[in-house]
Each structure stands twice: as structure tokens, then as C-alpha cells.
Design a binder for this molecule. Structure first.
Ligand SMILES: C[S@@+](CC[C@H](N)C(=O)[O-])C[C@H]1O[C@@H](n2cnc3c(N)ncnc32)[C@H](O)[C@@H]1O
Length: 253
């Protein structure tokens, strides 16, 4: 499968005759690992699909889904890319013009993922790969608000500005987590991951979190695989856990 993905990526994204660079090779590895997830997510939905690639950048994931998963199965889809950088949006549009997926239309919407007017109602699948910092939180909120049926979310860095970051720091202090950077970082990353998971569950998504590729491919290798089930008991339990996570804490002096 890696060979297929490599040939595809080179054809769509690299100038003819260009050798893939190290970051291209990593992208190929990442896409190869992701493809079964993409296939499973679309296969469980039999009809014509609406897919959103949020914080899409060049939209490797959605365009690969269109050409390598949907087109061979003669499936139809409307693929919406949301990207705030107009130059990347233009490059994604060019890349989309090179794919061969007759049943798929690709629309690029330039703007912020937090802008609800850019989102379609009830998309079948939302992809968000490496949405920087708080952009992952905004995608998560927007996907819930739009009643997305499925979400595949691979967050990126857990820096300042991420929703749960201040709470995580306060909890680290209150619980006596040592200040050693590596220990604190792991704690904060776990806290942010927990808060996002409970937020999805509280919003009605049955959620799994898996390592979808080795850390050598990308250090941000956690995939949130979420499916809208709207099960009241499950949502209430997650709301209670979320409230426990989010309760105000003060760092001891
Ligand atoms: C690390 S790149 C990942 C791009 C692509 N998803 C991928 O995996 O190759 C993050 C992208 O998110 C975009 N981005 C970050 N915050 C955003 C926001 N709030 N709204 C829309 N796009 C955003 C950036 O411009 C950038 O293209």
C-alpha cells in the first residue's frame, strides 16, 4: 500500500522529476497508516458522503480518500476543505484539480475552522490532521455543533491556548506533579487528551483513542476515532467526568 500512496502523493503534490524529501516520506508513511482508518470510516456509511477536511493544509487526507478509497468503489462525495491560509487553500485547490475521482467534488473554503458558516450541516466524516494547538479544540466544537456523524482527529502540539491547558497546569500544581519539564509535559498532554475525549463523549460521540502510526513517523500519533451515537446515559456519565476535570483548582503556595 505504501507504494500506491507514494506514487499518488508524488503525482499530486510533487513537481515532475522531483525526489521526495524526508518530510514527504514521512507524510507517505503517515497516509499509509491512516488509509485503513479512512476506508473504515467511509465504508460504514453507504450513501453519497459529505466530508470535511478541517485545517486542511494541502489536504493530503481528504484528497487521498477521494482518489484512493472512494473512486475505486465508484462512491460519490462532496469534499469541503477549510483552511485559513489563502496560499495553502490555493495550493490545495490546484492539488484537487489533479486527482482522479469522478464521483467527488472538492470545494475549498478559506477561513477559520471556528467559523460555523463554513461548515455544512451533518457532515458524514470530519477529518482534522495536525490542526495546530487550539485549532483541534475548535474543530472538535464545530464537528459537534454541526452534528458530524464521524470524526477522525489527530491533534498537534499542546501549547498555550489549548482549551484545557490552563486547567491542566493548575491540576499539576494542585496534585503535586513535579516541575521537571518532561514529567509536566506528559501530564499536561494526558490531561488535554482526557478533556477532549470527555468533551466528545459528552457531546454524544462514542470515542476511541489509538496510536495510528509509530512515533518515529510523527510525535503526534494519537487518533481520536469518534462516532455520533447520542446515547443519553453515556453522555451524562461523560458530562459528570468532564465537570470533575474542569473544576477550578488552585496551585498551593
Ligand atoms: C500542521 S498543518 C496540517 C495540515 C494538514 N491537515 C496535514 O495534515 O497535512 C495545520 C494547518 O492548519 C491550518 N490552521 C491552523 N489553525 C487554523 C484555524 N483556526 N482555522 C483554519 N485553519 C487553521 C494551518 O494554516 C495549517 O495549514
Amino acid at each position: 500500500m505504501r507504494g500506491v500512496v507514494a506514487a499518488w502523493l508524488e503525482r499530486i503534490y510533487l513537481a515532475p522529476g522531483t525526489q521526495p524529501r524526508q518530510e514527504d516520506a514521512r507524510k507517505i508513511d503517515e497516509l499509509t497508516a491512516l488509509l485503513p482508518e479512512l476506508r473504515a470510516a467511509v465504508n460504514q456509511q453507504p450513501r453519497a458522503l459529505t466530508i470535511v477536511d478541517a485545517a486542511s493544509g494541502l489536504s493530503y487526507a481528504a484528497l487521498a480518500t477521494a482518489e484512493l478509497v472512494l473512486a475505486p468503489a465508484q462512491r460519490r462525495a462532496h469534499v469541503i476543505l477549510i483552511e485559513r491560509d489563502p496560499r495553502l487553500a490555493a495550493r490545495a485547490r490546484e492539488a484537487a484539480s489533479r486527482i482522479s475521482a469522478p464521483g467527488c467534488t472538492v470545494e475549498v473554503r478559506t477561513g477559520d475552522v471556528a467559523d460555523a458558516t463554513l461548515w455544512p450541516a451533518a457532515p458524514d466524516l470530519v477529518l482534522a490532521l495536525h490542526a495546530c494547538g487550539a485549532a483541534s479544540d475548535r474543530v472538535l466544537d464545530a464537528a459537534l455543533a454541526a452534528s458530524a456523524r464521524r470524526l477522525l482527529l489527530v491533534p498537534c502540539c499542546t501549547g498555550v491556548g489549548v482549551d484545557a491547558e490552563a486547567g491542566a497546569r493548575a491540576a499539576a500544581g494542585a496534585l503535586g506533579i513535579p516541575r521537571h519539564a518532561a514529567v509536566r509535559r506528559s501530564f499536561i498532554e494526558a490531561w488535554v487528551a482526557a478533556e477532549r475525549t470527555q468533551r466528545l463523549e459528552a457531546g454524544g460521540m462514542q470515542t476511541e483513542v489509538v496510536e495510528f502510526c509509530p512515533k518515529a513517523v510523527t510525535p503526534y500519533n494519537l487518533l481520536w476515532r469518534a462516532r455520533r451515537v447520542r446515547e443519553p446515559g453515556r453522555m451524562a456519565a461523560a458530562r459528570a467526568e468532564l465537570a470533575r476535570l474542569q473544576q477550578p483548582r488552585e496551585e498551593p503556595r
